[in-house]
Design a binder for this molecule. Structure first.
Ligand code: NAD
Length: 341
């Protein structure tokens, strides 16, 4: 099938071309993000392949559909950037990659925990400048500490397994109690209890209306003083301004984030040398006890291979008229739109 691939980076091209060698789809790579202005690039392409920051809204879908597009191929899990109702109305199928990197994301969360605790990001710079002083680098033993995991699906469970290996007590919060987390010794508690007793809190639930700004001023009041907060899930789970206040008072001891509410303006692009206009993000970067990565938790070879293979299999399923297990169907009865990606 002829596929217009938007938001292409060199690594997308490398993994998609490798996976496409035996399949021979006609992939054409475009660097820009898909939106109403760039949709014209896909004229005559029956399939359009997109990632998390592409805008597949109703207006964009209308332009695509009017020029022959019949399939939207997400190379990610979340579909909050796709207007499914409009796609359904226009007869455009939507497919995705539901899971590609649970180990990669959980391991990245552990990386943030270890770096923040032992100040490895600061030690790296100090040693390069010939500063071997230890002042300000004091950490704590992870062993014996309590980790609160919010969302115990694929990624949260793996984080629990890893932290169990460190000798941690696991507190968990989820609307569904995962038997594997219980078997691991995880104790499901309500949020106030998790907030009050956790030394480290890590977020692994989807972004949806119920979880939007889950970590707000009220939650921060309830946490253990000096708590470490980790977010590799979605930026808007955290009310960033409230977290900044918590960092300023010391209530939050450290913050590690791979996601940020306004990240679509920043992440995945090289903006070095430009003046960043987002003052909230810039304030975050000034704290020595804040570690930010630019949505790279998923970014492992294994994940990119998996994304590429699943994406091309999804295209083949639809092209050959087979039912595709990864097709997302518009469900009018589902009112609460899940905002994961
Ligand atoms: P998953 O669907 O396996 O698990 C999500 C869990 O959250 C489920 O157990 C679900 O019951 C729970 N949940 C739903 N509503 C909840 C609520 N109101 N409160 C608490 N828990 C709730 O998903 P996953 O694969 O483990 O992914 C978790 C999140 O990680 C995704 O939503 C996505 O936002 C994020 N993610 C980030 C990256 C990255 O690169 N940073 C990559 C992949 C996924």
């Amino acid at each position: 099938m002829k596929v217009a691939v938007f938001s292409t980076k060199a690594y997308d091209r490398q993994f998609l071309e490798a996976a496409n060698a035996p399949k021979q789809h006609d992939l054409v790579f475009f660097e820009p993000r898909l939106n109403q202005d760039t949709a014209i690039l896909a004229a005559g392409f029956p399939a359009v392949c997109v990632f998390v920051h592409d805008q597949v809204d109703a207006a964009t879908l209308e332009i695509l559909a009017s020029r022959g597009t019949r399939l939207i191929v997400l190379r990610c899990a979340g579909f909050n950037n796709v207007d499914l109702k409009a796609a359904n109305k226009l007869g455009v199928n939507v497919v995705r990659v539901p899971a590609y990197s649970p180990y990669g994301v959980a391991e990245h969360a552990v990386g943030l925990i270890l770096s923040l605790n032992r100040k490895i990001h600061r030690a790296y710079n100090r040693v390069r400048e010939g500063n071997f002083a230890l002042d300000g680098l004091l950490g704590f033993n992870i062993n014996g500490r309590t980790v609160g995991i919010i969302g115990t699906g694929k990624i949260g469970l793996i984080l629990g397994q890893i932290m169990k290996g460190f000798g941690c007590r696991l507190l968990a919060y989820d609307v569904y109690h995962n038997p594997e987390m219980l078997a691991l010794g995880g104790e499901y508690v309500e949020l106030p209890e998790l907030f009050a007793n956790s030394d480290i809190i890590s977020l692994h639930c989807p972004l949806m209306p119920q979880t939007h700004h889950l970590i707000n001023a009220e939650a921060i009041e309830q946490v253990k003083p000096g708590v470490m907060l980790i977010n590799t899930s979605r930026g808007a789970l955290i009310h960033t301004q409230a977290v900044i206040e918590g960092l300023k008072t010391g209530k939050i001891g450290s913050l590690g984030v791979d996601v940020y509410e306004q990240e679509s303006e920043l992440f995945f692009e090289d903006l070095s040398g430009e003046i960043i206009q987002d003052d909230i993000f810039q304030r975050l970067t000034t704290f020595p006890n804040v570690l930010i990565t630019g949505h790279q938790a998923f970014f492992t070879e294994d994940a990119l291979r998996n994304i590429a293979e699943t994406t091309l299999n999804n295209i083949a399923d639809i092209e050959q008229g087979r039912s595709c297990p990864n097709e997302i169907r518009y469900q009018p009865e589902v009112e609460a739109k899940v905002l994961v990606s």
